[in-house]
Design a protein around this ligand. Structure first.
Ligand code: SF4
Length: 242
């Protein structure tokens, strides 16, 4: 199996800024340390993702525990799908060298429904893009996807009583039509990103409002420091040649 080029995280970074994707892929050590509040937010999001599984209980975890075990994850998912497992959590699919992990996948005869869980009580542009990419990669890998759902909270996380029934906590929105319409656009964006990643230097992109939209970028210190690369490292040759 060919190694994935990037995951959904990389794609969302690339949509925000191609340079951020480039650095994420080729110079990850240049990332700023993760602020504690963002780390806490990720952890809350993870916990809410697990709680949302109660909407579709009894599923099987379909990925490798190894964070770099993409091959294993795709293989575990493939085997569970073949065995007819009705519900999978973190099912892994790869298409066009993009790997995605579906929070919840529910099999319905020969078709599958995918669901992405978000820890907010609204649907943002980024959530739409995120789900559309999941749909793109899952259906592109050969799975017949009959619906793509976004699962959000009914109220803000801090105001939610998580002891309630799952149906009282979560809202499910069917965005299948949107995902289908986005396929060509996603294809174009991926091509652009792949082409950009073949370059030996990052794209020339100045800092601006996009550095905080939709998320604070991880490479602000790098970009503020006039893009000074270390003497040793990935770009040493390209710098030497400049
Ligand atoms: S700090 Fe801004 S310009 Fe630099 S990589 Fe991030 S988004 Fe792009």
């Amino acid at each position: 199996m060919t190694k994935p080029l990037f995951s959904k995280t990389g794609y969302i970074k690339g949509r925000q800024c191609l340079k951020a994707l480039y650095l994420h892929k080729k110079y990850p050590s240049a990332k700023d340390p993760l602020p504690p509040e963002r780390k806490a937010r990720f952890e809350i999001g993870h916990e809410i993702g697990i709680k949302a599984r109660a909407l579709y209980p009894g599923g099987t975890y379909a990925s490798s525990k190894n964070v770099n075990g993409y091959k294993e994850s795709v293989e575990i998912t493939r085997q569970l799908m073949e065995q007819g497992c009705p519900t999978l959590y973190e099912a892994a699919f790869m298409h066009e060298r993009i790997i995605v992990y579906c929070d919840i996948l529910i099999k319905d005869d020969q078709q599958s429904n995918i669901a992405e869980v978000k820890s907010r009580n609204y649907i943002s542009e980024t959530y739409l893009e995120d789900l559309a990419l999941q749909y793109f990669a899952t259906s592109g890998s050969g799975i017949q996807v009959s619906s793509a759902l976004l699962i959000t909270l009914k109220s803000k996380a801090a105001e939610t009583d998580f002891t309630n029934m799952p149906s009282a906590i979560f809202e499910e929105t069917d965005l299948t039509a949107y995902c289908k319409e986005e396929i060509n656009h996603i294809q174009e964006e991926i091509l652009k990103m792949k082409w950009m990643l073949t370059s030996s230097t990052p794209p020339l992109i100045e800092m601006g409002e996009h550095c905080d939209q939709p998320y604070p970028c991880d490479f602000k210190n790098f970009c503020r420091s006039k893009n000074e690369f270390p003497q040793e490292g990935l770009f040493r040759n390209s710098i030497d040649h400049d």
